[in-house]
Unconditional design. Sequence first.
Length: 343
Amino acid sequence: MTHASDPPPLTLAALGWSAFYDDQLQPGEGELAPMRIATVHRARLTAESVSGPTKLNLPGHANTSDFAVGDWVLVEAETRTLVRRLDRKTLLQRHTEGARVPQLIAANVDTLFIVSSCNEDLNPARLERYLALANEAETTPVIVLTKADQVADPEPYRQQVIGLQRGLEVVALNAQTPEAALALAPWCGPGQTVALVGSSGVGKSSLLNTLSAKASEEAQKTGSIRESDAKGRHTTTSRSLHSIAGGGWVIDTPGIRTLHISDISVGLDVLFAEIAELAPLCRFRDCTHAHEPGCAVRAAVAEGSLDQGRLDRWRKLTEENRSNTPVQTGPRGNKIQKMPGKR
């Protein structure tokens, strides 16, 4: 007997399944169950399925570090053994200093909520790094400014970030109220997946609790920003997938202290579209927009149609990306990856 309070059974579409993944199924895989990775730990994985949460068994050759929260996988239903991962529609990843491979943040994300707050923690230059990450992954970015209730007027904070990228959506809210879920509802509909990124203490856990309408005993622990230095305290320590009350899914991530720019191809061009559009008008094809004659970008700065601060930040991120991105070098058939270093 089904009680009125029982949640309706999940469907694959409600979990975020689409024709993109259906087209990847091969002959003979009809008996395998599609599931979505919900948590990734050092030695185990859990997944969401139409039957509910499932602890997965990994084959001998598999490593949990190869999977991201949000991944779609095919599972042998009886043994709960993971058979293979499907290709990702989007992938958010970051390069950490000294690591050989990038760190996977989240997969198959439709919208990235870049969370900051209406206080001293707001840093437009840092937000640009998150925007480049979202652009590279072809995920829609939305800036979410929390703690709007703690300032007399959140509009000055909104104005600091609204011009960081063309068409950028910026929402200011109180993450602890039901109105926050309403403000973000356009991106949280059935089958949609959003991810939360940002520094510690800006209100990601509070926002997660509001979006998922978690009961108090199930709610994520929340922290705060220290008044002495506006730095946050870590409360989320791992990535996890949660259902949203409106039918979508939200991926929570730990706070990121440092976000290095590396291996970005189109993300910076989208972020700094006004510079990318002027660059072909420069006299030299490899113009650095620093000292070359006939530079259309510097001419735009001189006439006041381009902000010098934007050009300075473009140059910094472009140089950082070039220095941190490995290049293939050496003879054909024996190429190696090498870091180019600073110019």
